[in-house]
Design a protein around this ligand. Structure first.
Ligand code: ITT
Length: 223
């Protein structure tokens, strides 16, 4: 049984559209302080796997606003709880100048850990102190290309396979009451993500893209 380790029901509802045998595990792993969603998700997956003893996925996501230099990014959860999504919208509007538009990106990294080894290609594998990818494209994690082929060493816990998804859009006044988190202020192709059904959001979203990659790999692995 695959466990989706999260306290966020919205994430699980989105994952069910891709994965038949997934169930939620509301375990609160340590969210390390890092600028990298991949680092946060990988550490979380390793810790959650040690706790659960079953295959796990952890997903770390964030909203990166161009006019705010990528803020709140990996701090999106804390900022939602403090400044709030309307506050982020107001900040973005205030910081916009004529050269800076209202663009933003949502990013999601899914980290999978089952205690076993896996090949890096085409998605990166985190091995505690480094990331390897056999076929890193230009959009892959920048660190991936720096690494030599994987030698299978395993210095600090089991390897973690990473799947990333990104969607670009605009920051707007809040609209819609679906989805969760920042969905009401993030518009893609004329609709906020809170105005979309789960299926519509998955078709374009950061998490949908990461889940599609993960689901394809996971089904092949399970065969
Ligand atoms: P877990 O860590 O327990 O999974 P979380 O909601 O804290 O739950 P994240 O740390 O990944 O999950 O989320 C960071 C923030 O980004 C948080 O404020 C979420 O509400 C928001 N967020 C994540 N995915 C989102 C999405 O698809 N749409 C809108 N907001 C999202």
């Amino acid at each position: 049984m695959l466990r989706y380790v999260t306290t966020n029901e919205g994430k699980v509802a989105e994952a069910r559209e891709y994965l038949d045998d997934v169930s939620a595990l509301a375990y609160e792993y340590t969210e390390i302080q890092s600028d990298s969603l991949a680092d946060i998700a990988a550490r979380g997956a390793r810790e959650a796997h040690a706790h659960a003893g079953e295959p796990v996925i952890v997903d770390d996501a964030g909203l990166f606003v161009d006019a705010l230099g990528g803020f709140p990014g990996p701090y999106s959860s804390y900022v939602e709880d403090t400044v709030g999504i309307e506050g982020v919208g107001r900040l973005a509007a205030r910081e916009r100048d004529e050269d800076q538009d209202d663009r933003a990106a949502f990013r999601c990294v899914i980290a999978y850990c089952d205690g076993e080894e896996f090949a890096a290609s085409p998605d990166p594998v985190e091995r505690g102190d480094r990331v390897t990818a056999a076929a890193a494209g230009p959009d892959e994690d920048e660190r991936a290309g720096d690494e030599d082929a994987d030698d299978g060493s395993n210095p600090s816990g089991p390897p973690v396979k990473l799947f990333e998804g990104v969607v670009r859009g605009r920051i707007v006044e809040p609209r819609g009451d679906g989805g969760f988190g920042y969905d009401p202020i993030f518009e893609h192709d004329g609709q906020t993500m809170a105005e979309m059904s789960t299926a519509e959001k998955n078709a374009i979203s950061h998490r949908g893209r990461a889940l599609a990659k993960f689901g394809e790999w996971y089904h092949e692995r399970s065969e």
